[in-house]
Ligand binder design. Sequence first.
Ligand SMILES: Cc1cc2nc3c(=O)[nH]c(=O)nc-3n(C[C@H](O)[C@H](O)[C@H](O)COP(=O)(O)OP(=O)(O)OC[C@H]3O[C@@H](n4cnc5c(N)ncnc54)[C@H](O)[C@@H]3O)c2cc1C
Length: 402
Amino acid sequence: MEPYVIVGASLAGAKAAEALRAEGHTGPIELIGEEPDLPYERPPLSKGYLQGKTPRAEFEVHPADWYAANDVTLRLGTAVTAIDPDGHTVTLADGGRVGFAKLLLATGASPRPLPVPGGDRPEVLKLRRVGDSERIRAQFTPGARIVIVGAGWIGLETAAAARLAGAQVTVLEVAELPLLRVLGREVAQVFADLHRAHGVDLRFGVKVAAVEDGGVRLADGTLVPADTVVVGVGITPNTRLAEAAGLTVENGVRTDEHLRTSHPDVFAAGDVANAFHPLFGKPIRVEHWANALNQPATAAKSMLGQDAVYHRVPYFFTDQYDLGMEYTGYAEPEGYDEVVFRGDVPGREFIAFWMSGGRVLAGMNVNVWDVVDPIRDLVRSGRPVDTARLADTGVPLAELAG
Ligand SMILES: Cc1cc2nc3c(=O)[nH]c(=O)nc-3n(C[C@H](O)[C@H](O)[C@H](O)COP(=O)(O)OP(=O)(O)OC[C@H]3O[C@@H](n4cnc5c(N)ncnc54)[C@H](O)[C@@H]3O)c2cc1C
């Protein structure tokens, strides 16, 4: 019997192996990943692990003995160089071939490089793998000059970890505020204020021209002194295998709501998948931990011939200093017409709702807890909501989600 093969041994891949067994698959499973480490979760790499607080074992997807106990063949440090969907084989970097009955692509995404002269200098670091986090942490000494390029989630979390370690931190961002396109002006301002309050030198509307001896050169000629430069300018889905095999690739590997690609025996899940989402009526690619955690169950069922659909509302979280937030829903940068606030925005204890035509597209709870379920219900219902009542902390959210 040919195995079910999973390419990419991280969160989505390891969860898919688990889900195949949970669904009763008794045949062979091969989980192939190019990283040398046991599958692990990445969020701690820019939070607790980067701060030296969270031990490594706490964020492994499964303990080391789980794979043998569940009869999952784990091939680590092994890159897949090609897939042949019609021939039902994958080719490994050493030239070996593995046949498959069904294939799951869980190849995730890779950080974008800094596309300027000096962007590949040794002091320029990226953050995706456990080794990256360790390399960056080693630079976070009191007084070290850390320059972060990009005020996205990774950049901001890294800035927080560096400040907590006593480093001097400058964040360079081409937009006017951090996460402006994603969050809109008011909420982006909350994150800017938070970091300024913790002593981060935030510089907006600046363009990096080069990295050179002594620091980062901006387009206006300014040299920002740096010992270490951390780049967080977004990620690109790892679609090379799918593209070369002729699968449909558009902003990731395109799948239907069952997570099946354009080939009937090949599936995709996690950061790499641009999956049709029935709630939003279009394909969306979600670069969130919860997506990589939950999509594999649907992919596994679909691989086993069950009629499974992935329709979860996207969910994301971040922790920076004493701010914790959860974001539930999906609002595109220009896709909302209003942001409604509920609670104390200056005090950083509030919920923000991104609205379109009076409907809630997404909600973000900042230092307010146990509200994800009603926010999800509001998003899912798609019904118009009275915005005055939505803003009123006296009205229970569950009542509005009704
Ligand atoms: C530092 C950091 C912090 C994050 N924090 C948060 C957070 O707070 N909240 C949140 O919701 N999300 C967060 N995320 C995002 C979350 O970690 C990702 O959404 C999740 O890791 C995606 O999992 P994945 O399995 O789809 O892909 P990945 O984690 O990218 O794993 C893909 C794996 O496939 C391997 N691979 C790729 N190509 C091949 C090949 N050809 N052959 C073999 N193996 C291959 C890769 O090496 C990798 O191991 C964070 C991500 C990072 C990097």
